[in-house]
Ligand binder design. Structure first.
Ligand code: IMP
Length: 184
């Protein structure tokens, strides 16, 4: 069993399902925590985990992700959460009106506190910004992020097979499985 600290139920559900395919049981610690502002996802995740470690004192992980739009020079990137809450998907679509280069990526960083120190694992998925919102599933920017012709919000659980979070969590779970087999 491993603790996942997040206030986002959508994220927890995705990670729990990914854990099931790896035989790792993920427990939800529903909690808002202070997210340090910064220009780099890794740095933000490490600093946030170090702050939390002072309180939690047992192994846990957090995950921080962002949407990086090429034509917007990587915006909203580390500011994705704030931008989603303010201008949202409609705002991003507006910024992208008339823009031909629609390339974008999601990146996820997992920061894992193993009781002693913090380690990070990352994952990315490349796609396009759609021209309009499509699909009802998922959360956040899912309705405007298109992967191989469908938005993440149209893909439902299939998103979990290819997402940035899937890739970061997979790297993480593989690494802890390796650690466990070494110490057994
Ligand atoms: P955070 O990692 O919770 O800080 O997420 C940053 C922002 O990106 C939030 O507004 C999330 O809703 C959004 N976000 C993170 N992961 C995803 C995803 O898988 N799909 C769509 N939006 C996401």
């Amino acid at each position: 069993m491993i603790l996942f600290i997040t206030s986002n139920e959508g994220k927890f559900k995705e990670v729990k399902r990914i854990g099931e395919t790896f035989g790792v049981e993920v427990e939800w610690m529903k909690m808002e925590y202070e997210e340090i502002q910064g220009s780099d996802l890794e740095e933000i995740a490490i600093k946030s985990a170090e702050l939390l470690a002072k309180e939690i004192k047992k192994p846990f992980f957090i995950e921080d992700s962002g949407l990086f739009v090429e034509a917007l020079k990587g915006f909203p990137g580390p500011y994705s959460s704030y931008v989603f809450k303010t201008i949202g998907n409609n705002g991003i679509l507006k910024l992208m009106e008339g823009v031909n280069n629609r390339k974008a990526k999601f990146k996820a960083v997992v920061a894992y506190f193993d009781g002693k120190g913090v380690r990070t694992f990352s994952g990315e998925v490349h796609g396009l910004i759609a021209t309009e919102k499509r699909g009802e599933k998922g959360f956040g920017y899912d309705p405007i992020f298109e992967y191989k012709g469908r938005t993440f919000a149209e893909m439902g659980d299939e998103k979990n097979e290819v997402s940035h979070r899937r890739r970061a969590i997979e790297n993480f779970f593989r690494s802890i499985a390796k650690d466990r087999s070494r110490t057994q």
